[in-house]
Ligand binder design. Structure first.
Ligand SMILES: *[C@@H]1O[C@H](CO)[C@@H](O)[C@H](O)[C@H]1NC(C)=O
Ligand SMILES: *[C@@H]1O[C@H](CO)[C@@H](O)[C@H](O)[C@H]1NC(C)=O
Ligand SMILES: *[C@@H]1O[C@H](CO)[C@@H](O)[C@H](O)[C@H]1NC(C)=O
Ligand SMILES: *[C@@H]1O[C@H](CO)[C@@H](O)[C@H](O)[C@H]1NC(C)=O
Ligand SMILES: *[C@@H]1O[C@H](CO)[C@@H](O)[C@H](O)[C@H]1NC(C)=O
Ligand SMILES: *[C@@H]1O[C@H](CO)[C@@H](O)[C@H](O)[C@H]1NC(C)=O
Length: 814
């Protein structure tokens, strides 16, 4: 497994002549990029603006055939590669040459749509203006649902665009190259033809650190191919509120598990990013507490006591820092009553002084202005910028559109309200990041990388990620796997759709528009229907039944009739591509029409029912969990999930994933996590960590190298798993501990301390060994002491599953 953690692209891509570095000094200039010709955009009639109903495919007809495979080489991830305390000399020198206006420009990030006309063409007037007059430092790719239609481009066209921006940046104003940012949160899914990888919860469900690494690495390569250097990923938020629409971006509810996935994905995105130009800077977001909104809705206030923030929310960010993450994004709105964007406690004391984050800090979208536009925490734009700069260490404002931030800050500095040294503090970090990602050596995209976007190799990798991410939650009467000769009836909108398997932040923030629909993925994905047809070699027996939101379509009597004749029925449930505020929900109830059709089939036929859940949020199953013999959680598995899902259904492999979050029974459990206090109710539909395969795997008793655990003296916990089945089993083993008693602060039910995954051939065993330290039992008290309390501890392996085993040890304070 080690090997796959340590690979990078061959050096063929890495040999890029430095073009701006002269005598060790950072020079800026305007040497031309290698031109990347593109066709179109096709004008529709004589209209200047593209009409709303133009066909996406017409926008970018650039022909494109990726290479089948590309090579990778190893590199040493054991050393820290990330931001440093000390800024390089040449960066300090460059900083000294800049005017106040140019410095503030560096702190300004605008959306790419400022530079694209409604005709889909580049707006060179805007480029000239913002680079010459404002020297803006960064452009972000905007996920706007409509404007993105003008710029859902192939990597070539992207590179043509970013290179053009870069030509302006390096020849106008400060001549400093821009850093281009993209929300590549599941592969570079905003680029046409890049492989849309599974969402973060799927990656978490694999419990495979190599997958988190490879997932980041593929995404980085494709992002970089487009001429972007920075991704707003991974999300290090801890999933604590299941109703929250943004959970599809994070790695679940456990702080340790989440932290491991964050760590390896950052390594995958960044690699040796100060040398390797196939990587990008990552961004750990959203700092901090964002994922615990009081009402489960997006951008709502959070109240998280500081000890709980330290215990459950900080560790995954700490792991991002350990991995050397180059940047952090602050969180929208208020945590504990303070607007995060102006919180001295969170963005100076906690982030910089306590956690010692040294990299660059950016706001979330237009968040400085939100202080006066929404939160009533500032009078106007200038007051808002003043609060943020004065109290926090924010370096860059994700302004979005317009000049309000830049004008406001220039004015504050000129009036002496903000010292220039505060601006320098930020610009220093921005320029250092630009140097680290190689912008002063090579600001333009590397055409060789483009050939690898959408390669077969990445498609196969994606399919393997999906296979390891599908959680089998119920399998009564061996309803699964399906047999080739059985007549299986499929119902559901996402059975014949790629779009709904890709979800949001693919094509645009909210996913494709209804005009573009599934067409945008033609040639770049498959469907469950295709996968089933490939395996059964006959046409799929499928009707839609209900739309993606569960609204009845057509005739339920007909479904019951067909179901009666079938051997088995698979109901596939999904969720419309959801993003943030637009996707808030008042309840986790499914559409009543979904309950009613499953109930009818259960009562009016004897056909066994299987539920396939391919959704962001854990919708309440109610009686359906009893009606169903089989239940699979597929998450949002990406463009190439059709075949792996079919392979799981038809038993071509045995599932190995585990739930990365608690699946509640009802709304009232939406914010109950498995580490709830020991005495509290924990009776969800499916617990965190549950899931099994088609094989009967049994566990030996747990053994420990010592049953006394003391600080500084780690013990080894071992368990042997045996595959009694007939198929290969990738076995996930999770080690939990419970402190059976703890004074004042009731112990949690359980805490995950480690996990591992190994391949077990049929009839074989493997021993899993975990190190356990006393220090891991330290917890944050209400008075913010980080203390250890001794006492009896239960170690449980695979809690919640039938094969769980446990043992007792004694923990000592010293
Ligand atoms: C972008 O494509 C156009 C049209 O093919 C070409 O003329 C131009 O040189 C390209 N620009 C860059 C920066 O690659
Ligand atoms: C191009 O940008 C300029 C300056 O921002 C703006 O005034 C103009 O309307 C834009 N043109 C188009 C076609 O969007
Ligand atoms: C799936 O949808 C496509 C169009 O998007 C259609 O051509 C195909 O016939 C559908 N498959 C089935 C099994 O109905
Ligand atoms: C699994 O295998 C063990 C050992 O052979 C056996 O005792 C147990 O009953 C089996 N469990 C199931 C569910 O088949
Ligand atoms: C596990 O421990 C129990 C209780 O000590 C014992 O009865 C049993 O034989 C052990 N099982 C194995 C597989 O060692
Ligand atoms: C973990 O993922 C890698 C791919 O990144 C795969 O090669 C390996 O087999 C997986 N390990 C296990 C035990 O599933």
């Amino acid at each position: 497994m080690k090997v796959s953690l340590y690979h990078i692209l061959v050096s063929a891509f890495l040999v890029i002549e430095p073009i701006y570095k002269v005598n060790g000094e950072l020079k800026v200039g305007n040497k031309a990029p290698i031109p990347i010709p593109v066709a179109g955009p096709r004008k529709i009639g004589n209209t200047v603006c593209l009409p709303d109903n133009f066909l996406q495919a017409d926008l970018d007809p650039t022909p494109f055939t990726p290479v089948e495979s590309y090579s990778v080489q190893e590199f040493d991830t054991s050393k820290y590669i990330g931001p440093q305390d000390k800024i390089d000399e040449d960066v300090e020198e460059l900083l000294k040459t800049l005017t106040v206006e140019q410095k503030v420009g560096q702190m300004t990030q605008l959306t790419h749509t400022e530079f694209i006309g409604c005709d889909g063409a580049m707006n060179k007037t805007a480029m000239e203006y913002y680079f010459d007059k404002y020297s803006i430092g960064s452009v972000m790719h905007y996920g706007h649902p409509i404007k993105t239609r003008w710029s859902y481009w192939s990597a070539q066209r992207f590179a043509n665009f970013t290179n053009t921006l870069q030509e302006y940046a390096t020849s106008k104003g400060s001549k400093i190259p821009i850093i281009y940012a993209m929300d590549s949160v599941k592969g570079a899914a905003l680029i046409r033809g890049a492989v849309v990888l599974p969402s973060s919860p799927n990656v978490a469900a694999t419990f495979n650190r190599s997958i988190a690494y490879d997932w980041g690495r593929i995404s980085a390569k494709d992002t970089r191919a487009s001429g972007a250097h920075w991704t707003f990923s991974p999300s290090a938020d801890t999933n604590t509120q299941k109703q929250w629409p943004r959970n599809f971006k994070n790695f679940g509810e456990d702080p340790f598990h989440n932290g491991e996935m964050v760590y390896y994905s950052v390594k995958g995105y960044q690699g040796d990013y100060k040398k390797d130009r196939t990587r990008v800077a990552a961004c750990a977001k959203h700092f901090i507490g964002y994922s615990s909104p009081i009402n489960g809705k997006d951008r709502e206030p959070r109240n998280v006591p500081m000890n709980q923030l330290m215990e459950y929310h900080v560790p995954s960010f700490q792991r991002a820092f350990d991995a050397g993450v180059a940047s952090v994004m602050e969180a929208y709105a208020a945590t504990n009553g303070e607007d995060v964007v102006s919180s001295n406690l969170l963005l100076r004391k906690l982030l910089r002084e306590t956690l010692k984050f040294k990299g660059m800090l950016i706001t979330d979208f237009d968040e400085i202005n939100s202080q006066y536009l929404r939160h009533k925490t500032a009078i106007d734009a200038s007051d808002a910028a003043y609060g943020t700069l004065k109290k926090t260490s924010v370096d860059m404002s994700m302004v979005g559109e317009g000049r309000s931030f830049a004008d406001g800050v220039i004015d504050l500095v000129k009036k002496g309200k903000i010292p220039e040294s505060r601006i320098d503090e930020s610009v220093r970090r921005i320029l250092q990041l630009k140097k680290d990602v190689g912008l002063f050596e090579q600001p333009f995209s590397d055409p060789k990388l483009i050939e690898t976007v959408g390669s077969k190799q990445d498609i196969e990798a994606s399919r393997n990620f999906v296979k390891e991410s599908l959680v089998l939650l119920k399998n009564e009467n061996n309803v699964l796997p399906l047999k080739q000769e059985e007549n299986v009836f499929f119902v559901g909108a996402n059975v014949n759709s790629t779009r709904y398997l890709c979800g949001s932040w693919s094509f645009s923030g909210v996913g494709p528009t209804n005009i573009d629909g599934d067409k945008v993925y033609q040639g770049y994905g498959d469907t469950i229907a295709l996968g089933v047809e490939k395996l059964t070699k006959k046409p799929i027996n499928w009707i839609q039944g209900y739309d993606i939101s569960g609204n009845k379509i057509g005739d339920y009597d007909e479904i019951v009739r067909i179901a009666r004749k079938a051997d088995k029925i698979v109901f596939s449930f999904g969720e419309d591509t959801i993003v943030d505020v637009q996707s808030d929900t008042d309840t986790l109830d499914l559409n009543p029409e979904q309950y009613s059709i499953v109930e009818r089939v259960a009562k009016e036929t004897s056909t066994p029912i299987i539920l396939l859940l391919a959704q962001n949020r854990p919708y309440s199953l109610g009686k359906l969990s009893k009606y169903a013999d089989g239940i699979i959680n597929a998450g949002i598995p990406g463009a190439y999930a059709g075949l792996p899902i079919a392979e799981l259904l038809y038993g071509k492999f045995s599932p190995s994933a585990r739930m990365p979050y608690t699946y509640p029974k009802k709304d009232y459990q939406a914010n109950v996590n498995y580490y709830t206090p020991i005495w509290n109710e924990y009776r969800p539909e499916f617990a965190y960590g549950v899931g099994f395969g088609y094989n009967n795997v049994t566990y030996s008793n747990v053994t420990v190298s010592s049953d006394k655990l003391r600080p500084g003296k780690p013990i080894t916990v071992s368990v042997t798993a045996t595959n009694n089945g007939k198929m290969e089993q990738k076995e996930t083993v999770i080690m939990y501990t419970t402190q059976n008693i703890r004074h004042i602060h009731a112990p949690e039910r359980m805490r995950v301390r480690n996990f591992d995954k190994k391949i077990l051939a049929p009839g074989t065993s493997a021993t899993f060994e975990f190190k356990l330290t006393a220090e891991e039992f330290k917890f944050w008290t209400a008075e913010l002491n980080h203390i250890l309390e001794g006492g009896p501890v239960t170690i449980t392996i695979n809690a919640g599953n039938k094969n769980a085993v446990n043992t007792q040890i004694e923990l000592y304070k010293e």
